[in-house]
Design a protein around this ligand. Structure first.
Ligand SMILES: C[S@@+](CC[C@H](N)C(=O)[O-])C[C@H]1O[C@@H](n2cnc3c(N)ncnc32)[C@H](O)[C@@H]1O
Length: 288
C-alpha cells in the first residue's frame, strides 16, 4: 500500500474521523465502538499508521476506504479485534457439554441413524475454545463412539489469530486451566514456556475465516449440532447481534444448542431459540 510521508505529526483521532472509522468498521464487522473505545481505536490504529508511514488518520482513512483495499481492511480488523481467550474458559459450560448435552445429542443422532456430529467455535480467536472441545471429544467421546465422526469447525474474522490457532502452540498461561491429566496426555512441552498440542487433537479442528456479520459467509459453514459463540457479540450493537444470532440459528440442526459467554445473554434480541437453564448454566436450544 501507499506508504505516505515518513515524518509523523501527533496521531490524534478527531471526532469526525472517529465517527467515520467506527462506521466503516461496523459495516464490515458488526463491531460498534462505543465512545469510550475511542482511545483504544486511536492507540491500536495509531501503531498501524506508523508502520505504514502515514502522518495522520485522514490519509489512512482515505487509503482504507478506497475501493478494493481489502488487504488493508483485513489488517485493520486484525488490529482492532480483542482476542483474549484460554483453554476451559467457561469451565461450567464445558462440563455441561461433556456430562449432559453431548451424550444426549449423540443418542438422539444415533436414533436418527446419523453418524456425524458437528461442533462450531464461532469467534475462536487463537483456538483455545475449539481445542478445549477437541480435547473433550478425543479423550471422552471418540473412544466410546468409534462409529461416529466428530467434526469441529472454528472460525474468526481475524486472519492473524487463525494462523496462530493452526500452529497449536500455547503459553503456560493459556493452558493454566487444562486438567493436569489432559495436559500431560495431549501437550508436548517444547520449552519451559510452550505447550504444543498433540497432532491427533489438532486434526479434529478445521479453521477458516468467517465473518459473523456476513450472511453468505455464515451459510458456508453448513449445519452444526452445537455452537459456542462466546465473548464475541459483546461489542456488537443490537442490529448486528440480531443478524449474527439469526445466522447461528439457521446453522443449527433442530435441537441444536448455542452457548454464549458466561456473562452474555440474548436479552432484548429477537430470536427463535428456547432459553434453557441447566444446572444454572444458560444456553439456547433450537426447537426440534
Ligand atoms: C474475545 S475473543 C473470544 C474467543 C473465545 N470465543 C473465548 O470466549 O475465549 C473474540 C473473538 O471474536 C472475533 N470476532 C469479532 N468480530 C467478529 C466477526 N464479525 N466475525 C468473526 N469473528 C469476530 C475476534 O477476532 C476475536 O478473536
Amino acid at each position: 500500500m501507499n506508504m505516505g510521508t515518513p515524518e509523523h505529526t501527533s496521531l490524534l483521532l478527531s471526532d469526525e474521523l472517529f465517527e467515520q472509522l467506527r462506521q466503516l468498521i461496523y459495516h464490515k464487522t458488526g463491531i460498534y465502538f462505543q465512545d469510550n473505545k475511542r482511545y483504544f481505536l486511536e492507540a491500536r490504529l495509531g501503531k498501524r499508521l506508523e508502520e505504514c508511514g502515514f502522518s495522520d488518520f485522514r490519509s489512512y482513512f482515505d487509503a482504507l476506504s478506497r475501493r478494493n483495499n481489502a488487504q488493508e481492511m483485513t489488517t485493520c480488523v486484525n488490529n482492532v479485534t480483542i482476542n483474549e481467550t484460554f483453554f476451559f474458559r467457561a469451565a461450567k459450560h464445558f462440563e455441561l457439554v461433556e456430562r449432559h448435552l453431548l451424550p444426549a445429542l449423540i443418542s438422539e443422532r444415533l436414533k436418527q441413524g446419523k453418524t456425524t456430529i458437528r461442533l462450531w467455535s464461532a469467534g475462536c480467536s487463537t483456538g483455545e475454545e475449539a481445542y478445549t472441545l477437541a480435547l473433550i471429544l478425543q479423550d471422552r467421546f471418540r473412544p466410546r463412539y468409534p462409529q461416529l465422526r466428530f467434526e469441529l469447525v472454528a472460525t474468526d474474522i481475524n486472519t492473524e489469530v487463525l494462523a496462530r490457532a493452526e500452529e497449536g502452540t500455547y503459553s503456560a498461561y493459556a493452558v493454566r486451566h487444562v486438567p493436569p491429566a489432559l495436559l500431560s496426555k495431549y501437550f508436548n512441552r517444547t520449552d519451559e514456556h510452550k505447550y504444543a498440542l498433540d497432532t491427533d487433537v489438532k486434526q479434529l479442528v478445521r479453521f477458516r475465516r468467517v465473518n459473523l456479520f456476513d450472511r453468505t459467509e455464515m451459510l458456508g459453514v453448513g449445519l452444526v449440532d452445537l455452537v459456542f459463540c462466546a465473548n464475541v457479540l459483546l461489542d456488537f450493537d443490537s442490529h448486528s447481534k440480531t443478524q449474527a444470532v439469526s445466522s447461528l440459528y439457521r446453522a443449527l440442526n433442530p435441537g441444536g444448542v448455542l452457548f454464549l459467554g458466561f456473562s452474555e445473554n440474548l436479552y432484548g434480541i429477537e430470536h427463535g431459540f428456547m432459553t434453557v437453564r441447566n444446572d444454572g448454566i444458560l444456553h439456547y436450544r433450537k426447537p426440534s
